[in-house]
Design a binder for this molecule. Structure first.
Ligand code: BJW
Length: 255
């Protein structure tokens, strides 16, 4: 089956679906020029290992460096604009809603680009880079200047402000986890878009959906840990592939 036929097969299922779940990873924002998580260390940050910086241990040992890294990335995310991949997901969500269905956006990304593309109810499994959280009280704060005046940034209650994201070894927000479980168990179609499918528990939701009977579709220019389990693999950048799926299903790419 060629790529065109694979897209048609997905489009047919999408047209008749009542419930769709879309799990996204860093690749969906690559065409907005936000480097993927594993490619994030460019320029000044080239000598750092993201897997080591995105940990509570790194923040405890060197809160200045970790705060600077997140503030640098916060600025890049704010400068970025949503791309046709984000927009296609929003279009799918609106089309499904208009025919009485629903589409759940589950994202591992912390960049806020799905919301800025107009998707609603976005489930942020790994938090948001736009928010900071007090290490003492857990209070959240969103309206801090860019750049921060100092690194690390003290909180009003004598603690530090850390990014409100989920680091390795930390648990995901309970409400986001529950929403993702519910969506994976109840959807007829599950898209895994732009993720290496290496990080758990997020990577497990595709398998859960498949076990519950959903068609599993992967969108990625590269093969991943998930590819061999997918019913359909659409090979290419999500900013090209997803608009093609929307066109094939609904005949146009925007509302
Ligand atoms: C394109 C493209 C284009 C390029 N179009 N695509 C089970 C087994 C083994 C280990 C574990 C397990 N369960 C839990 C763990 C431990 C750990 C884990 O999974 N480790 C793995 C490395 C093995 N998980 C955790 O610690 C989680 N917590 C947890 O489970 O708590 C309970 C517990 C604790 C302790 C022990 C056991 C249980 C928390 C995970 C938190 C992840 N946080 C991060 C950082 C967020 C903040 C930040 O951004 O700095 O989240 S890590 C990082 O990885 C980030 C991402 O959201 C996440 C996923 O990465 P993603 O999105 O897949 O990006 P990439 O870069 O890997 O891939 C990009 C993809 O895009 C590639 O495939 C490209 O080809 C593709 N692409 N251009 C489409 N144009």
């Amino acid at each position: 089956m060629g790529e065109h036929d694979r897209i048609r097969r997905v489009a047919e299922r999408l047209r008749s679906a009542k419930c769709v779940a879309v799990m996204t990873g860093a690749g969906v924002s690559a065409e907005s020029r936000i480097p993927t998580f594993r490619d994030a260390m460019t320029g000044l940050w080239a000598s750092f290992d993201p897997q080591k910086l995105a940990t509570p241990e790194a923040f405890d040992a060197d809160p200045e460096t970790v705060s600077r890294w997140y503030d640098f990335r916060r600025e890049k995310c704010l400068e970025a604009i949503p791309n046709p991949g984000h927009e296609a997901i929003t279009t799918m969500q609106q089309r499904l809603a208009s025919q009485g269905g629903q589409l759940h956006v589950l994202t591992q990304n912390v960049d806020g680009l799905h919301q800025r593309a107009g998707s609603t109810g976005v489930v942020e499994l790994h938090g948001s880079i736009m928010r900071w959280r007090c290490t003492k009280t857990g209070a959240r704060i969103t309206d801090l200047p860019i750049p921060l005046p100092t690194y690390p940034m003290p909180s009003a209650s004598g603690g530090l402000l850390r990014p409100d994201v989920v680091w390795f070894g930390e648990t995901l927000p309970e409400d986001a986890l529950q929403a993702a479980f519910d969506a994976a168990r109840s959807c007829d179609l599950f898209f895994s878009v732009g993720t290496s499918s290496m990080v758990y528990p997020a990577a497990g939701f595709a398998h859960l959906a498949s076990k519950h009977g959903a068609m599993l579709v992967e969108v990625n220019p590269q093969r991943t840990e998930l590819s061999m389990f997918a019913d359909v693999v659409l090979t290419g950048p999500s900013g090209q592939v997803l608009p093609e799926v929307v066109r094939a299903a609904f005949g146009h790419t925007s509302e």
